[in-house]
Design a protein around this ligand. Sequence first.
Ligand code: SF4
Length: 194
Amino acid sequence: MWGMKNRAHIWLERLSSLRLSLLRQAATKVGLQAIHVEILEYLEKSNKYSNTGQALSEFLGVTKGSISQSLKLLEEKELILREPCANDKRYSRLSLTKKGLDALSKVQKEIPDLPDMGDQIEQSFRAVLLSWQTKNKMRTFGLCITCKYNEQLENGKFLCRLTEEYLTRPDTQKICREHEFEATSLKKIKLSLG
Ligand code: SF4
């Protein structure tokens, strides 16, 4: 039995089961399984440093082996594209095809929107997630714009201080495997947990 302090588990468990159930129903309508849609969703929002099988498995919290069949099927259905990495041919980069984007959009339209939860509740969810990620030594996969390596230059352009490469504005709105929060933002988010 969960103690009072752990009642958040009940709500999180219920919300994630409900979302998974809705996702399963919507995925079936386009001939896919929930895991396939989760892969498409990840590839839609991940940046150029994070579109690999390794990053995908870390994000989903599963082994690379367990998603290899799903990746193969998505490739066969021409929903994703696998291309060798320009810098290191041992690795492949994954991306969504137009067909993949269309399938994802169809599934997303089938899933009802969440009611607006307001900034405070969203902040609490973020703080819980960060706390679990930190405790379990997991990557944050945060938005690039909130990363400590993201720097906006005087000319308005963005630079990644980790890779020393320029980023476009849309790049800064994607999630990244290498993302790390500034110590001050980290403290602020954790404080919101109370
Ligand atoms: S600034 Fe951070 S999040 Fe953005 S690309 Fe660089 S390491 Fe990734």
